[in-house]
Design a protein around this ligand. Structure first.
Ligand code: DC
Length: 220
C-alpha cells in the first residue's frame, strides 16, 4: 500500500470536509481539517479579547496556545489545552473571525510547522485553503474542490439550521465575504495549485466526487 499525501483545497461549503473524511476513510488514511486550527486560534483570540489585526498579541497567543487534534469514538475533536472546543468553533462568528486571523502572516507562520509535522508520516488527507500551494507543495495528489455560491450556501444553511438565527441570504452573504477575504489576502490566498485537479461539485453527489478522486489517487 502506497503512502500518499492528498490535499483538498477549496472555498467554504464546497464539500471539502465531507469528501475529505470519506476519502480518508476509504483509503485508511488520517484526515486533517486545517480550518479547525485557524478556528481554534480565532476562538482563543475572541476569548482573550484580542483584535484580529493585533499581530503582536496574536503572535504571543500562537506561541502559547496548545491546539491538539484528537481522534475519539465521537470523531475528530479539537482541544485547546485540556478543553474540547470542537462545538464552539463551528458558529458563524468564529467562521468570520477565523478568516480574519488567517490573513495575518504571524498566524500562518505559527500554524505552518504544526501542519507539516502532522503530514510528516504521509498517508493523510489534508483539507484547507493553501494545502497544495504552500503547506504541501510536493503533495502526491492535489484537488481543488469548488461549487457555485448558491449551492455552497444552501449546504451550509442546512447544516446550521438547528442553531437558527441565520437566513439563507445571511449565509450566502457571509460565505461570499469570507471567500473574498480568503482569496484576496497577500499570504497564501485561496487558489488552485498549478498542478491541482479541479472538481466542480455543484451537480455531483458526495459519492460521485469521492469516486472521481479515488480514480485519480489510483493513478498516482
Ligand atoms: O475550512 P474552514 O471554513 O473551517 O476554515 C475557516 C477559515 O480558516 C477560512 O475562512 C480560512 C482559514 N483557513 C486558511 O486560511 N487556510 C487553511 N488551510 C484553512 C482554513
Amino acid at each position: 500500500m502506497k503512502k500518499l499525501l492528498v490535499t483538498i483545497d477549496g472555498p467554504a461549503g464546497s464539500g471539502k470536509t465531507t469528501v475529505s473524511r470519506r476519502l480518508a476513510e476509504k483509503l485508511g488514511y488520517a484526515y486533517v481539517d486545517t480550518g479547525s486550527l485557524y478556528r481554534g486560534v480565532a476562538f482563543e483570540a475572541g476569548q482573550k479579547g484580542i483584535a484580529p489585526d493585533d499581530d503582536a498579541a496574536l503572535e504571543n497567543l500562537c506561541a502559547h496556545i496548545r491546539l491538539r487534534v484528537v481522534k475519539t469514538d465521537a470523531g475528530t475533536r479539537l482541544y485547546s489545552g485540556d478543553t474540547d472546543i470542537s462545538d464552539k468553533i463551528r458558529v458563524p462568528e468564529i467562521s468570520m473571525l477565523a478568516s480574519a486571523v488567517s490573513a495575518r502572516p504571524v498566524v500562518r507562520r505559527a500554524l505552518l510547522e504544526v501542519q507539516r509535522q502532522l503530514g510528516a508520516e504521509k498517508s493523510a488527507v489534508f483539507e484547507g485553503r493553501d494545502m497544495g500551494t504552500v503547506v504541501f507543495p510536493d503533495a502526491d495528489i492535489k484537488f481543488f474542490l469548488t461549487a457555485d455560491l448558491y449551492t455552497r450556501a444552501m449546504r451550509r444553511y442546512r447544516e446550521l439550521l438547528q442553531e437558527a438565527g441565520q437566513t439563507l441570504e445571511d449565509v450566502a452573504a457571509d460565505m461570499k465575504k469570507r471567500d473574498e477575504n480568503d482569496a484576496s489576502r497577500d499570504v497564501a490566498p485561496l487558489k488552485p495549485a498549478a498542478d491541482a485537479v479541479t472538481i466542480d461539485s455543484t451537480n455531483l453527489s458526495v459519492d460521485e466526487v469521492v469516486a472521481e478522486m479515488m480514480g485519480w489517487v489510483a493513478s498516482v
